[in-house]
Design a protein around this ligand. Structure first.
Ligand SMILES: C[S@@+](CC[C@H](N)C(=O)[O-])C[C@H]1O[C@@H](n2cnc3c(N)ncnc32)[C@H](O)[C@@H]1O
Length: 330
């Protein structure tokens, strides 16, 4: 059908094909043709995941393309108050159904070949031009937005492969990196040694925010905050660890203007794969909820957009009284 539509289009005379009405019609037709399949049962999901396994065996690009081909709709009635224990329970009940077991932060652990990935960590391991390029743009956008004074103190939660961590450490900043995965911590230490950079990498959960004694000029979450089992508790912990005048960056976090609910599990193809296959917590936040939650803890945030890639989407939070006077700076 898609090929037929393309062929019919190619037969239209150029002035017709490029008219505004025709371009609009083509966009609508293309979004209809590419509309992801809506799944409703675990059996349907497992069938799609098998397809993804086959796509992943071809290449990382194929796997990522496969993610866009489906999403899920579930008949769940969420409690009205997104701050209530009942609401939280409903989120974790849905997780348990989707994953096939209860959530624990240990579900975030993934085994990998430390030696091989120390040489070629994500995104390089994907061998994909768009993925590597976009991720580097994302990291660059974070560093440019931070625009830290020399020798700043940075706390990064969920550094994973350590790409941002190492770039900041190589700039001479004092970076403390906390990840739940001992193998990620080993990987960061290995990579730091190779470039003679100093990073304090520690194994720990987000809840460690309450045990830290130091304060930091910037706290960074790069695609990690949405794995937090108790995000309100993490937000509550920021007050103590952020130095006066300091900032918190939420980079590449799924914070969207239009979400069906204030916060909860994302049911797009990639998130479903991550939840069911790997057990990772894949939360998403409605922008208005996220900003209000920050406000409840005394923070005011604004978005710094990135036209090129979702890895460059950033929310920068400052203490509310300070946010009013210094919004201009990233
Ligand atoms: C999607 S990866 C992002 C990695 C890295 N920031 C990047 O952008 O490449 C999420 C990271 O968060 C870590 N993580 C997940 N849950 C965590 C928790 N409860 N406490 C600390 N780190 C956690 C994972 O181990 C993983 O390294």
């Amino acid at each position: 059908m898609e090929r037929g539509a393309r062929r019919a289009w190619s037969l239209l005379p150029e002035p017709v094909a490029s008219s505004r009405v025709a371009v609009r019609a083509r966009r609508s037709a293309s979004s209809l043709l590419h509309r992801p399949r809506v799944l409703r049962t675990l059996a349907e999901l497992d069938e799609m995941l098998e397809r993804l396994d086959r796509a992943g065996a071809v290449s990382d690009d194929e796997l990522r393309l496969g993610f866009t081909t489906f999403r899920m709709e579930v008949d769940v009635q969420m409690p009205l108050d997104p701050y209530s224990p009942e609401y939280r329970q409903a989120v974790f009940d849905l997780y348990e159904w989707l994953h096939g077991g209860p959530y624990t932060p240990k579900n975030e652990l993934i085994p990998f070949d430390l030696e091989r990935l120390s040489d070629s960590p994500f995104p390089y391991s994907t061998h994909s031009g768009p993925t590597v390029g976009n991720h580097l743009i994302g990291v660059g956008h974070v560093i440019r937005t931070l625009d830290l004074a020399p020798n700043s103190r940075v706390l990064e939660f969920g550094p994973g492969w350590g790409n941002t961590t190492l770039a900041l450490a190589q700039m001479g900043h004092q970076v403390t990196a906390i990840d739940i995965g001992p193998n990620f911590v080993d990987l960061i230490r290995t990579r730091a040694r190779r470039v003679n950079a100093s990073v304090e990498a520690m194994v720990g959960d987000f809840s460690m925010i309450h045990d830290l004694e130091d304060v930091y000029d910037a706290v960074l979450f790069f695609e990690s905050f949405h794995h937090s089992a108790d995000h309100l508790d993490v937000l509550a912990g920021l007050e103590r660890v952020v130095a006066p005048g300091g900032r918190v960056l939420f980079a590449a976090e799924p914070i969207y203007k239009s979400m069906a609910f204030p916060w909860g599990l994302r049911l797009d193809g990639e998130s479903l794969w991550a939840i069911r296959r790997n057990g990772w917590l894949e939360l998403g936040f409605r922008k208005s909820y996220f900003l209000e939650a920050l406000q409840r803890f005394g923070w005011q945030a604004h978005r710094v957009a990135c036209a090129e890639t979702k890895w460059g989407e950033i929310f920068v939070a400052r203490r509310a009284e300070q946010g009013k006077s210094s919004r201009g700076r990233g």
